[in-house]
Design a protein around this ligand. Structure first.
Ligand SMILES: [Zn+2]
Length: 290
């Protein structure tokens, strides 16, 4: 008899087209308010896409976005999705010291909770920027009552990565139940490869993601964790012409095909909220120190 399918974690990192790490060097934070926001329309389209597939997900939202779009946050929560934190204005965790990080997550949580009207218990670091340089980040999250983090990319990448972190759920602190749920990697030719979404999902054929999620679900018996951004379904977004070529290539490839690919993905596999997944995975999370 077939066992029920593994429920994977579906997540959206809610930020606008001008807030991505790749454009940090050419668009200053001070310019953000003068740029045309497209995040609301894109998130509404995503809510429709999820509703049509009857899936629930987690929306890791920037405090900056929540402050300017409170009605959108309420709408996400009312549709049954989890609203969680993506930090205040997309500064990477390893750029902070411990105190600055604590202030950032507090500020973000307050504005997100006020907007959405629900408690925030999950956190995703901007650009998966929790790594071996930031051992205090988990202490701050645990002390502030977060249940889980999904802030680690256990892979080598030019913008991020904690290459020797565990690939699946782990408990980073011996004194806390806080659980980290890393974004999905697959093993290809004996090496870890990023397979949890973002640019990889958009740029590579859908068949790669299908293969990777099947490998994780069937061979390893674990849930996959997938993420994407609202701007990835928006081919009409303004072009940042002075950005580095490599960033532009990565940012603008296959935007028009993204919505169809997502539809295929959400229909082919079982998906749910990250808080539910974290709760389920906590029982078999390994200790980081072990
Ligand atoms: Zn982000």
């Amino acid at each position: 008899m077939d066992s029920p399918p593994i429920v994977n974690g579906l997540s959206v990192d809610v930020e606008d087209w001008f807030q991505v790490g790749a454009f940090e060097s050419v668009i200053a934070r001070g310019e953000w308010d003068g740029l045309a926001s497209r995040v609301e329309d894109n998130v509404l389209a995503i809510l429709d896409l999820f509703a049509a597939a009857d899936v629930k997900a987690t929306f890791f939202t920037l405090g900056w976005v929540a402050r300017r779009n409170p009605a959108l946050l309420r709408r996400i929560a009312e549709a049954g999705h989890e609203v969680a934190s993506h930090g205040y204005d997309h500064a990477r965790v390893f750029k902070f010291d411990r105190k600055e990080f604590a202030a950032d997550i507090e500020k973000a949580r307050k504005v997100i909770e006020d907007a959405a009207g629900v408690a925030v218990t999950g956190y995703r670091a901007p650009s998966f920027s929790i790594d071996s340089r930031t051992p205090w980040a988990y202490m701050e999250l645990a002390e502030r009552g977060y249940a889980y983090s999904s802030s680690v990319a256990p892979v080598v990448h030019d913008h991020y990565g904690w290459s020797d972190a565990p690939r699946f759920a782990f408990k980073p602190l011996p004194w806390s139940d806080l659980v980290e749920i890393p974004v999905t990697t697959a093993i290809l030719g004996g090496r870890r490869v990023a397979a949890g979404g973002g640019g990889f999902f958009r740029v590579l054929p859908y068949a790669f993601s299908r293969w990777a999620i099947r490998q994780v679900n069937r061979r390893e018996g674990r849930p996959a964790v997938f993420y994407f951004h609202p701007w990835e379904i928006d081919p009409a977004q303004p072009r940042v012409d002075n950005a580095p070529v490599r960033s532009r290539l990565r940012h603008y490839t296959n935007l028009a095909a993204m919505a169809d690919k997502l539809r295929e993905l959400v229909h082919e596999f079982a998906w749910g909220r990250m808080d539910v997944l974290a709760h389920r995975e906590a029982a078999r999370a390994e200790d980081l120190a072990a």
